[in-house]
Design a protein around this ligand. Sequence first.
Ligand SMILES: Nc1ncnc2c1ncn2[C@@H]1O[C@H](COP(=O)(O)OP(=O)(O)O)[C@@H](O)[C@H]1O
Ligand SMILES: [Mg+2]
Length: 237
Amino acid sequence: MIHLYRVNKSYEGIPALREITFSVDKGEFVFLTGPSGAGKTTLLKILFCAERADEGQIIIQGMNTFRLGPSSIPYLRRNMGFVFQDYKLLPHKTVFENIALALKVVGTPYGEIERRALTALKKVGMLNKEHLTPPKLSGGEQQRVAVARSLVNEPQFLLADEPTGNLDPASGQEIFKLFKEINMKGTTVLIATHDWETVRTMQRRIVAMERGRIVSDSRDSQKKPSPAAAVRPGTAS
Ligand SMILES: Nc1ncnc2c1ncn2[C@@H]1O[C@H](COP(=O)(O)OP(=O)(O)O)[C@@H](O)[C@H]1O
Ligand SMILES: [Mg+2]
């Protein structure tokens, strides 16, 4: 579904991504982790075509996005949902209107908007609060609404950047659980987070970044043991 090959990106001459090579298969659930400044957001932005790579190959759903013109970007994004750390909901619109807007802008007929918005709200357990505005909701509830909004166009691929960064641990766990449910229904999920504790307990693929590089990928280590995992002196039983 996604293939990156030797992708490089610098900001004002300072590398943010260095030789990034990795792929995500259809239906996978992947955590992108690493300390602040590692390059996680930059990588997601490149996948969402919000930033351009300097070098390398990027294939998303069979399209080479490295050479993609601006007119093709909305077409590509139609298959993607994006969830941000700060929810990005419109504070003066109701929960229902926030979600309906995402459908209105792509020209969905009203009956269809209503059906889809209510289905998405049901999925995230927010159907009973559709008439409230975001400031009346807890952070966890606001993020649920943002997840619902990301789902209304039925994307094949869901990207999230620190989706639990503003939440208390319990609400964060709920949001991760929600992503897991969404993934089980077939959506491919890629979540950038530095919440290492949660990542460890979720038992999903973990791609770790440091200083712009991928330094480990749990999928690779399952396929072939790395030399570092071989018996070291003094560790053999
Ligand atoms: N728009 C920008 N202009 C200049 N430098 C940037 C910009 N965005 C990110 N960077 C730099 O790129 C590096 C990676 O940042 P980022 O992708 O945000 O990391 P992370 O999401 O892992 O915290 C950092 O050194 C950051 O300062
Ligand atoms: Mg970031």
